[in-house]
Design a protein around this ligand. Structure first.
Ligand code: AKB
Length: 318
């Protein structure tokens, strides 16, 4: 990776990834793009372009103009929003991916796109879900993710595009909020703990899903992109995880730092159904073996850091 273009760069992952990649590869070498701008560091402190990824010529022109050799394609709808707008989700998630892959093929770029635990479904083994297993998701997001994994593998096998991907669990972070995901409760719970001392969870007690703290997700992207291709048996996409938790376990951990924190439940049937169709825990041993993945943060080491960073953020004037 020498000159990198990121789509969806102002989203939850992109806004932190852009800053981190600029630290490593140089500010001028990381071109952030998104459908709209904002006042974040990712948009303001380096090259930024407005880009709608469903506009194929615009995507190709932007990548060409900056002479990029790597495309990190983040622009997509998350699971709950995709479920509410399935046609739009198909057009954005699949159309955007196809356009980005085509540009990568034309410009001979290395390519990253995230998959998700959403690529699994109710018939997938639920505990320690293997790397290679049944993938019959029942959500539009999951359908997009499975098709996306296959499409990215197709571009590698058919055209030799160096495509790589990760199946992300829910990502917990304080810089930019997630939007429209099923696992967003695991971020909201920290905001509400600090702001109100109470959180009403839309995901039910005992519903386990994998999660990961954002620093581990960023390291994993960079490590995979820098990995020796000769060692990769898989490409799209690797299971990665740091913890398998339910709302109760997160609340218990928050109470170690904020003993009065209260958790109640007001379960949202749509997001609960999505969560129940996903694994309780996934097995990341292929990522560990093929390119050395190892998460640094557990629930207990992440929680004080997340609370402290979020308190600092929320104390700042808007
Ligand atoms: C979502 O909940 O939609 C995402 C994901 C796990 O892919 N955070």
């Amino acid at each position: 990776m020498k000159k990198i273009m990121i789509t969806g760069a102002l989203g939850q992952i992109g806004s932190e990834l852009t800053v981190k990649l600029r630290e490593i590869y140089g500010t001028a070498n990381v071109i952030a793009t998104d459908i709209r701008s904002n006042d974040s560091e990712a948009a303001q402190a380096g090259p930024f372009e407005i880009l709608d990824v469903t506009n194929a010529p615009a995507l190709a022109t932007t990548a060409n103009k900056h002479g990029v050799d790597t495309i990190i394609h983040m622009a997509a709808l998350l699971s709950a929003t995709a479920e509410a707008n399935p046609v739009f989700a198909w057009n954005l998630n699949m159309g955007g991916l196809m356009n980005a892959l085509e540009t990568a093929r034309e410009l001979d770029c290395q390519f990253f796109t995230p998959s998700s635990i959403g690529a699994f479904g109710p018939s997938t083994p639920k505990v320690a879900t293997p790397q290679d297993t049944i993938q019959r998701p029942t959500t539009m997001y999951g359908v997009n993710k499975v098709a996306g994994e296959l499409l990215a593998d197709y571009y590698f096998n058919r055209f030799g595009v160096d495509t790589r991907g990760l199946r992300f669990p829910g990502l917990i972070s304080y810089a930019a909020p997630p939007g429209g995901g099923t696992t967003d409760y695991a971020v909201e719970i920290f905001y509400e703990a600090i702001k109100n001392g109470h959180y009403s969870s839309y995901i039910g007690r005992g519903t386990y899903m994998d999660m990961m703290y954002m620093p581990d997700a960023l390291t994993a992207i960079i490590q995979l992109m820098e990995a020796d291709p000769a060692k990769l048996k898989h490409r799209n996409s690797f299971n990665v995880t740091a913890m398998s938790v339910d709302p109760e376990e997160i609340a218990q951990e928050i109470r170690k730092h904020q003993p009065d924190f209260q958790l109640s439940y007001n379960v949202d049937p749509v997001r609960q159904r999505i969560a129940e169709s996903w694994p309780n825990s996934i097995d990341a041993s292929a990522a560990e073996e093929e390119w050395g993945f190892k998460a640094q943060y557990s629930l207990s080491s992440m929680t004080p850091d997340m609370l402290q960073k979020l308190k600092q953020k929320l104390a700042q004037p808007n």
